[in-house]
Design a protein around this ligand. Structure first.
Ligand code: UT7
Length: 337
């Protein structure tokens, strides 16, 4: 497979200017799930690392959460909404078929000078989005861009399938990158991959052009996410290890140069297995899946914001964002804070 790497020459850089996140107030604990399906806290904790997840309430949607995360990222960056030039919103649970969720968010936050579009790459949506933002911003075509990952996965979760319903939660995270001439700071490298032949491993097949709403579904569960967990698990570990090795090689870095590894929060066991193979020390692997579950495209920006809020990152730190998900898709970004 050929990579499409973007090693930045140091003229302009897409520098991280702010982050924000939003999690709905309502939670769904492992204990709550035992009342819905045949499961238990011990199984969920040992197999996934998840303890609880946040769940949208009536009136909360992908766009409302994304807009709040966006406002918080703007405040963190010290920017007015009118200054934003581009909004890329990654989601597999959009507000509606069209218009894009990004356009709803643009309106909600008053970013009237930004153009906005959605990106569909499942759990890799945020790293794909950051890679696109990097191109526009480091080329100076735009002065800034906001990348948002936002999901209401609980609205496409099958609460009759105990193997998948324990995994997913809702939430949104956002990051703003600005064009700057700041030496080595900013996004150093992005890499992205797809393998459409693996689509059967992770999907939600109802109500696209293949199975339109105008025709009865073959199986009512087609409106929900369908995952082949074991298959995804094994491929994810392999691909994430490959991604990390590629990033280190292209950026001429060693594992010890990475201050924080912030992977897609898919399953704590997957992350730990990757960490062990790559010999990352535990204090440099960020895991918050215990609090939020798997939030697909939202998981990395939520984790990045959480990591910054906990004061775990300092100026000059090099961080590595890595994702794997439906498509199949996978990708990574290396950036210096
Ligand atoms: O972000 C992208 C989307 N995420 C994924 O695709 C997730 C990737 N995969 C995973 O995280 C893991 O594969 C799962 C958490 C989904 C499943 O863990 P596993 O270790 O692969 O378990 P398994 O599916 O092999 O099931 C092991 C056993 C089975 O029982 P038997 O056949 O061994 O008797 C299942 O029936 O665990 C049983 N089981 C459960 N038991 C209690 C499955 N789900 C549950 C449950 N509670 N919720």
């Amino acid at each position: 497979m050929v990579s499409n790497p973007t090693v930045q020459t140091p003229k302009r850089r897409a520098v991280l200017a702010g982050t924000g996140s939003f999690l709905p107030e309502k939670t769904l604990t492992n204990e709550d799930l035992t009342k819905i399906v045949d499961t238990n806290d011990e199984w969920i904790t040992t197999r996934t690392g998840i303890k609880t997840r946040h769940v949208v309430s009536e009136g909360e949607t992908t766009a409302t959460m994304a807009a709040e995360a966006a406002r918080r990222a703007l405040a963190d960056a010290g920017m007015e909404p009118e200054e934003l030039e581009l909004i890329i919103l990654a989601t597999i649970t959009p507000e509606m078929v069209f218009p894009s969720t990004a356009c709803f968010v643009q309106d909600m936050i008053g970013a009237k000078n930004a153009w906005a579009f959605d990106l569909s790459a499942a759990c890799s949506g945020f790293v794909y989005g950051l890679s696109i933002a990097q191109q526009f911003v480091s080329s100076s075509q735009y002065k800034n861009a906001m990348v948002i990952g936002a999901e209401t996965l609980t609205r496409i979760t099958n609460y009759e399938d105990r193997a998948s319903c324990i995994l997913f939660g809702d939430g949104a995270g956002a990051a703003i990158v600005k064009s700057a001439n700041e030496g080595s700071h900013g996004i150093m490298y992005s890499t992205s991959f797809s393998d459409g032949s693996g689509w059967t491993s992770l999907n939600c097949t109802a109500y696209g052009s293949r199975n339109p709403a105008s025709k009865p579904l073959e199986d009512p569960s087609m409106v929900y996410m369908n995952i082949n967990g074991r298959e995804v698990y094994q491929t994810a570990v392999r691909r994430i290890v490959e991604l990390v090795n590629e990033c280190l090689e292209k950026c001429e870095l060693s594992i010890d140069d990475i201050a924080m590894f912030i992977p897609h929060q898919m399953n704590a066991r997957i992350i730990e297995s990757v960490g062990k193979r790559l010999k990352f020390s535990d204090d440099r692997i960020f895991i918050n899946i215990d609090k939020f579950g798997n939030t697909s495209a939202a998981s990395i920006p939520i984790a990045l914001d959480d990591c910054r809020s906990q004061g775990l990152l300092k100026t000059g730190d090099i961080i590595l964002l890595v994702a794997f998900g439906g498509g199949l898709t996978w990708g990574a970004n290396v950036l210096q804070i």
